[in-house]
Design a protein around this ligand. Sequence first.
Ligand SMILES: [Zn+2]
Length: 186
Amino acid sequence: MNFQFKIICSFSLFLRILSIFELKMLIKKNIVGALYTIDGRRVIDIGYVFGKIANIRHKPFDCTFSDLVLTGERKIGWYSEFHFTCGVCKIKETVESEDPHKSSMQVNLAAVTGSINAGQGYSQLYILTAVLNMPNMSNCLYQKLHEKVYDFTNATAWESMSDNKYKTVQYKTVSKQFFDFERSED
Ligand SMILES: [Zn+2]
């Protein structure tokens, strides 16, 4: 009796898993029409993207990234937002190419800063991105960020100068202490 009960339980569990799987497949088929074709290369923050993908889980079907269908991409220069819709429960997910709230330099500003520091301009950046087969930023965005680079470089230079000044004072103080110590030893 107990053995029969176990068989019935296992069979009903198998049917339940099968029905969830079939249901997933059935619903997923309906969303394939909204598929977005993506190609080319992107610059991504690999740690951020992997973390974001790993945290995707929907209840009650336990949907993961493999259940999502790419439905669109929003591009702002080198920065991208990938829009997905869950093929099972229709929940929408967005995976950005990097953390949009991070305090350090964003990818577009980094690209412009790198370009300026290498003695290049918008035309060279345009050619580079074309060869790499990746989206480029507009000339308007480049010029806007160019202004920011000036402010950023100016602020960093002042910060660096005041830091060096502080270090020089520190060095002089330590040297003087060492010199005084050596004199007292004589
Ligand atoms: Zn889902």
